[in-house]
Design a protein around this ligand. Structure first.
Ligand code: MG
Length: 479
């Protein structure tokens, strides 16, 4: 019976699968650099079709490495997305939802295992530079979760009393943290303009200091999250407005890292991967990015919210010019990097799987997951993807269609749209999710509903009032 069912899945293109490649025995483990942009859209890099600004260094990663065209973040919002990247778990499994702010008293639980903790077991030096967003109280900071050093903002740069679009707001002063110490208690607009430069300098110094041992650098840019700020040197550089200038500064930061790797003689054995935490914040108009051909953006599970650009380069292992169109997700990076670095997996269940055949450009590589789940809000299961098919479940989402656009830092107002019945999309032929095929392919929709039921049982679903059997609590401050 099960065999028959599996054969059925393969026949309708729902179940790919290929053996994983082994760790490369005898070689020293690679250095790992992950650059994570904030709210950068699928269409914001030159190699993903951006017009109006240039991203030569990011395009170089794709040209000399691999470009993923169907790469996902686990949720279209900041904290949840970061929890997934760093733990290999769906963020709702860990109790991390939405975007944590200065009032929150919870964060990542100390029993969860981050990629930094995984790599430390192999002797890696580790640094987190930039936006953390997994809890700003000391027990939740990067230095308590596997990072030797930390420099950056503990949460988003718009949780800020000096916000131009929200004067007289009640946010407390925004701190800049080094290690566990506040080194600047009240970040100003001038400071925000220096953040990308400061992060880049720290990243360069970290690589220089650790070039003789394996290192893991997690550089999570504050930009291009609104309010946008750019370094003096890049103001007006793109001829395409502030957003373009900001992207060009991030691109130059990647260039500085590539130069440093080369200068330090570690270029060939370093895996550098660039991606984004979620899609563009469309209500900000010209201060938000572009999802390219994809539907909607940040805060929705349409492709524009969860599908993000991803490029990676590792000269020793990834063939130049590779392109991967198989689905992959940030939850897969921890087990994949653990495999490639010969590091042990966390001793607790995770959701990600080894996608090293995909990352290493094996044309026969296949997505090892039967399905990916897209949650948003406080645990609403809003969509599932399996193979080429995506089922969007009844829920309410936000759109700017028909609304007046935001401009120059002031947001427009979203309109809420309710989906009443499940909708089915063929992402291979309709990446823009324009044609609902649920009525035409009820068999495929019902196979995807079986995945949905499994996810509701495992992780819960607020839309159907289900509690997950296997969710874990976040860390909480003692009262
Ligand atoms: Mg974000």
């Amino acid at each position: 019976m099960r065999n028959q069912w599996l054969c059925g899945l393969i026949a309708v293109g729902l179940l790919p699968g290929s053996p994983a490649v082994g760790a490369d025995e005898g070689k020293s483990p690679p250095n790992v650099v992950i650059v994570f942009a904030d709210d950068l859209g699928y269409g914001d890099l030159g190699c993903f079709g951006a017009k109006g600004w240039q991203t030569p260094h990011l395009d170089r990663l794709a040209r000399e490495g691999i470009r993923f065209t169907s790469f996902y973040t686990a949720q279209p919002v900041c904290s949840a997305s970061r929890a997934a990247l760093l733990t290999g778990c769906y963020p709702n499994r860990l109790g991390i939802h939405g975007a944590l702010g200065p009032d929150h008293r919870h964060g990542i639980h100390h029993d969860e295992v981050t990629l930094a903790e995984v790599l430390k077991q192999r002797g890696y030096a580790t640094a987190c530079i930039g936006k953390w967003h997994l809890g700003h109280h000391p027990p939740f900071l990067p230095t308590r979760h596997g990072f030797d050093e930390y420099f950056g903002l503990p949460y988003s740069n718009d949780m800020w009393p000096h916000r131009p679009d929200l004067p007289n707001n009640r946010y407390p002063p925004l701190p800049l943290i080094e290690g566990e110490k506040i080194v600047n208690a009240n970040v100003t607009a001038e400071d925000q303009a220096r953040l990308t430069g400061w992060y880049t300098e720290r990243a360069v110094r970290f690589i220089e200091r650790n070039k003789d041992r394996p290192f893991f650098l997690y550089l999570a840019h504050t930009m291009p999250h609104v309010p946008l700020f750019v370094g003096e040197r890049f103001r007006g550089s793109s001829q395409a407005g502030l957003y373009g200038d900001v992207i060009q500064e991030i691109d130059a930061s990647v260039g500085a890292i590539l130069d440093t790797l080369n200068r330090c003689g570690v270029d060939r054995n370093t895996l550098i991967l660039f991606t984004s935490d979620n899609g563009p914040w469309l209500s900000y108009g010209n201060h938000g990015g572009s999802a390219g051909p994809l539907r909607e953006g940040k805060g929705t599970v349409w492709e524009g919210g969860v599908r993000v650009p991803c490029v990676a380069r590792w000269p020793e292992r990834i063939p130049a010019g590779s392109v991967c169109s198989q689905p992959a997700m940030t939850i897969d990076l921890l087990p994949t990097i653990a495999r490639l670095c010969d590091a042990p997996l966390p001793g607790r269940p995770i959701d990600g799987k080894d996608i090293s055949p995909l990352l290493l450009g094996d044309p026969k590589g296949r997505c090892p997951h039967e399905a990916y789940y897209f949650y948003f809000g406080i645990n609403e299961l809003q969509a599932v993807r399996s193979g080429r098919w995506k089922l969007v479940l009844p829920h309410t989402y936000r759109t700017m269609q028909g609304q007046e656009s935001g401009q120059d830092g002031k947001p427009g107002r979203y309109r809420q749209v309710k989906i009443e019945a499940p909708q089915l999309y063929d992402l291979e032929n309709d990446v823009g999710e324009t044609t609902d095929l649920a009525a035409k392919h009820p068999d495929i929709a019902s196979i995807l509903m079986a995945h949905v039921e499994a996810a509701r049982e495992d992780l819960g679903d607020a839309l159907t009032n289900r509690s997950g059997k296997n969710v874990r609590p976040p860390g909480r401050l003692a009262d």
